[in-house]
Design a protein around this ligand. Sequence first.
Ligand code: ADP
Length: 600
Amino acid sequence: MSKMDVSRRPSKPAAAAGSSLDAKSKHSPSPLKYYADEDPSLKVPAFLYLVNASAICAFFTLLYYLLSRWREKIRSASPLHVLSAPELAAILAFAASSVYLLGFFGVEFFQSLLLRPPSDIWADDGEEERVVSVVAEEGALKAPCGQALDEETTKLEFDPVKPAAPKAKPVETEKWDEPIGLTEEDEKVIASVVAGTTPSYSLESKLGDCRRAAAIRREALQRKTGKSLAGLPLEGLDYESILGQCCEMPVGYVQIPVGIAGPLVLDGREYSVPMATTEGCLVASANRGCKAIALCGGANSVVLKDGMTRAPVVRFGSAKRAAELKFYLESPTNFEVLSSVFNSSSRFGRLQSIKCAIAGKNLYLRFSCSTGDAMGMNMISKGVQNVMDFLQKDFPDMDVMGISGNFCSDKKPAAVNWIEGRGKSVVCEAVIKGDVVRKVLKTSVEALVELNMLKNLTGSAMAGALGGFNAHASNIVTAIYIATGQDPAQNVESSHCITMMEAVNDGKDLHVSVTMPSIEVGTVGGGTQLASQSACLNLLGVKGANREAPGSNSRLLATVVAGLVLAGELSLMSALAAGQLVKSHMKYNRANKDVSKVSS
Ligand code: ADP
C-alpha cells in the first residue's frame, strides 16, 4: 500500500489519539490521522455513514429473507433453481450490498493482509509523527512561533519516536572539526540525538542554552549524515536572539557579503546603502547610478500611501448574505465602530479601509491599516481577528474560512497590490543632465529613452508582466531586504516597479522615475532586531522605532529602497543601451553620432 493510499483513507480525529500514544498505536498503519484533522477532505462525510448503515441493514435483512426462503423450499421439496420475482430481486440486491460493503471495508482489509508494507514505511510513519510532535512542542516553547498554532495542537504531547536504522548503504564519512569545548555531558546528548532518543528540536528547551543546543545539533547532524558542515560558521551568531522569532533548529548561519552603495542623495540627505548580495557588479552598478544622481543634485521621493493589508475569506449560505456583509462593511457609520474594534488590538495599527470582493457566497475583506514602524503582518492579523470576532455577533451564519484568503496578497504576484498598493507606495524621480549621462553612464539620453520604451514598457507588455515594468528592481530590493532584516520573500510584490524615462529640457537631459506601489518594510520586529541587520538599519539612520513620529523610520527606509532602485535602473539601462549602441552600429552602420557619444 503506497503512502498516498494511506493518506486518502478516512482516519480518526487527532483528539482521539490523545496525549498518550501507546506503542501499538504508534505503529498502527494510520500514520496520517493527525493530518486528517487538518484536512477535512480526509474525514468520512456524514452521508457516507448513512449509506453504510443502510447497506449493512439491507445486507442482513436480505440474508435473513433468502435463508428463510431456502429453508421453506427444502421443507416443501420445491426446486431451488425456480425463483419467484421477489426472490430474484432479493438475490440481486443482496449481491449489490455485498459488493458495496466489500468495496468499502474489505479491500483495505485484504490489502493489509496481503501487502504488508516493508519496514522502511514504518520508519516514515515515525517521521510523520515526529513532525506532529515538533509542532506540538515548538508551540509550547515560545509564544511568537506558536502564534499560528491552535490550542488543541499545542496541547498534544508525544513520546519521541526512535527512527528506524537507515537501510541505505552506509554513507561515506567526511572529515570535520568538532566544535571546540564539547564536554562529556555534551557527548551524551549528541549520542542521544543521533540515536533519536532526544529530538533535535527540543535541545533549546532541554538545555536552556541556545548556542550549546546549536553546537550539539550541528555535531549530531554531521555524525548522522557523515557530511561535513565546515564552512558554515557556528560561532558569531547570538542564538538567543533568533529563538522563537527568526529560525528554528539552527546549526549555523550563511554568510552573505554586504557592500555599500552611495552616497545616495535623496530628498536633500545622503545615505550609504547596505546591500547583501553575492551577485558581482550589482553594488558597483548601483553605486554608479548613485554617482550620476548625486552629480545632478539628487533624487526626490514621495510616499503616496502607507498601509499593510490582510484579507480573510468568509463564506455564507447564500450570495445574498455575503452581499449584506459587504454593504454593512462599506457603510461609513459601521466603519467607525469597526475601526475602534480593530485599533484596540495595537498602539500602532490604525484601520484605514476595508475593501470587499465577492465571489458567489464567498466574501474577501481586504483590510488596510497603518502599522507604525513595523512591516505589520502580525499587527494587522491581530486587528483583523478582533473585527472578525466582533462581526460574528451580527453575522452568526458567517464562516471564517481563513484569516488570509489571498486577496491580501502576500508573497505572490497579484494585480491587487500593483493597483491598490501594499505597504508603502513610493514614487522617486531625478533629472540627469545630458553631460552626466554621457560621462558617467557612457550613453545618451536618446538611447536611454528609446531602450526604456522598448524594454521596460513594450517588452514587459509583450511578456504579460505584472508590475515588472523595470530592468532589475528586484536585485536592489532583495539586497537591501537581506541586509536590513526584511522578509526577503516579500521581494515578489515589493519589486513591482514601473520605470519611466523621458527627454526633458529640449531633449538635453533625462527625467527618470520609478513608481513602486508595494514596498513592504519595517524597522522593528522580525529580523530587523538581529545584530547585523540592526547595524545596517543604524547606518541608514532608521534603526528601531521612531518615538516622535511612529512610522517615519519605515517610510524613510521605503524611500531609500526606491531611491536605490532608481540608481540601479539608471545604471543597468545605461550599460544595456551602451552595449546595444555599439552592436547596432557594427551591424547596421548607423550614424556615427551615437557611437561617438558611447565611446566618449
Ligand atoms: P510585524 O507586525 O511587522 O510582524 P511585530 O508585531 O512582530 O511586527 O513587531 C512590532 C512590535 O513592535 C509590536 O509589538 C509593537 O507594539 C512594537 N512597536 C514598538 N514601537 C513601534 C513602532 N514605532 N511602530 C510599530 N510597532 C512598534
